[in-house]
Design a protein around this ligand. Structure first.
Ligand code: SF4
Length: 370
């Protein structure tokens, strides 16, 4: 690294920055959040873009801004309404944090979104990346928003053959990227590098021959672009078996429960159930979970469906069973709220993706439309 730092001259980096910005003028992707400097809109877009492809975000961004056109309207909305508008985007803590941050800005900052990364980062859910993206794109501050695309482009451009998740490497990447920025243009450079990473400097088979940085890219010169960036080996993802019950009351209604606000997927509604203990049979697991969560007795019937779903830290196999309520009045022992509902009432509630799939199976079974 030390030797590398000596051969990357600031003039070379500045020239690469100008070339990238020239390319961006004619090749920028046409994305709805690019046509505004409204920090609220840029904030919503950046939150949605975390872990989600921009192609999927385009429509959802427009719908969200239509539903909550201003920071004030978002702050005034109920969390249930925000989660409903976020349904299907996953990572619901992002929506909860965005909602909490909007309320904080309205209540404590007179509705004015802070301009600097240092102030932005104090808001719920705003990390270094989002703070830098808002500060640079909306307010013209020269800070680098280092995301996966930028890390990949920079590691290749500079032929960094070390794990870029190390803080020392990230500091170095930021310094080099800053040296590429003409004063006041970090917002454009961040977005240019995001676009280069999304369209040409792809994770597999980068399209070097048409890349504006072709002859200045050290990895391309050395022929090692496909080996970079170095990805640290990950430990095998944990797996959980989880059960869920569609508990019918005998009158066409079934139970749904709301997850506690401070839990994973907090505030969303689901079919009650829980994690299987080692060696436990699936029906026994569901009986136990329903007793613990709701204090009622049920009969576990047929398996309705099996759903595979991955979260950041584990993979889940969810077994959903048809169940019959036998006795006891449901109580909120392990949930925030509960409701007896009919299938056609479910659209009023926000569900995680896995539970939405259970609903699809139920609708297919009863012939109800989606
Ligand atoms: S030349 Fe190739 S590896 Fe280098 S930045 Fe461009 S696309 Fe990426």
């Amino acid at each position: 690294m030390a030797a590398l730092q000596n051969i990357i001259h600031p003039d070379h980096l500045a020239a690469m920055g100008m070339r990238l910005l020239d390319w961006y003028v004619s090749h920028a992707r046409d994305l709805p959040w690019r046509s505004t400097r409204d920090p609220y809109a840029i904030w919503v877009a950046e939150v949605m873009l975390q872990q989600t492809r921009s192609g999927l975000v385009v429509d959802r961004f427009r719908q969200f801004l239509h539903r909550f056109p201003t920071l004030q309207s978002l702050a005034a909305a109920s969390l249930d309404d925000v989660l409903k508008a976020w349904e299907g985007l996953g990572y619901y803590s992002r929506a909860r944090n965005l909602h909490a941050a909007a309320r904080q800005v309205v209540q404590e900052l007179d509705g004015r979104i802070p301009e600097t990364p240092e102030a932005l980062i104090r808001l719920p859910g705003v990390g270094p990346y989002i703070a830098a993206a808002i500060a640079s794109i909306a307010f013209g501050h020269d800070v680098i928003a280092l995301d996966g695309n930028l890390i990949r482009v920079l590691c290749r451009l500079l032929a960094i053959d070390e794990d870029p998740s190390r803080p020392r490497i990230q500091r170095f990447l930021r310094e080099c990227a800053l040296a590429m920025v003409p004063p006041g243009r970090a917002g454009d450079l961040n977005q240019a590098m995001m676009d280069l990473g999304a369209t040409l400097c792809l994770p597999a088979r980068p399209r070097c021959l048409v890349c504006p940085l072709f002859d200045g890219c050290l990895a391309q010169r050395q022929g090692i672009q496909n080996e970079l960036p170095i990805i640290a080996t990950r430990t095998r993802q944990a797996h959980r078996d989880v059960t869920a019950g569609v508990i019918w009351d005998g009158n066409g209604r079934f139970l749904i429960t709301q997850r506690p606000a401070d839990a994973m997927l907090g505030g969303l509604w689901e079919f009650p159930g829980g994690k299987r203990c080692p060696g436990e049979a699936l029906p026994a697991c569901l009986l136990r979970e329903i007793r613990e969560e709701l204090g009622i007795e049920i009969e576990v019937g047929e398996l309705l469906c099996t759903i595979e779903h991955s979260f950041t830290h584990f993979h889940m196999t969810l077994y959903a069973f048809q169940c019959r309520w036998l006795s006891g009045e449901p109580q909120c022992l392990g949930c925030a709220a509960l409701r007896w509902v009919r299938l056609d009432e479910l659209d009023a509630f926000a569900f995680p993706v896995a539970d939405q799939k259970i609903i699809s199976h139920l609708r297919a079974l009863t012939g109800a439309s989606e």
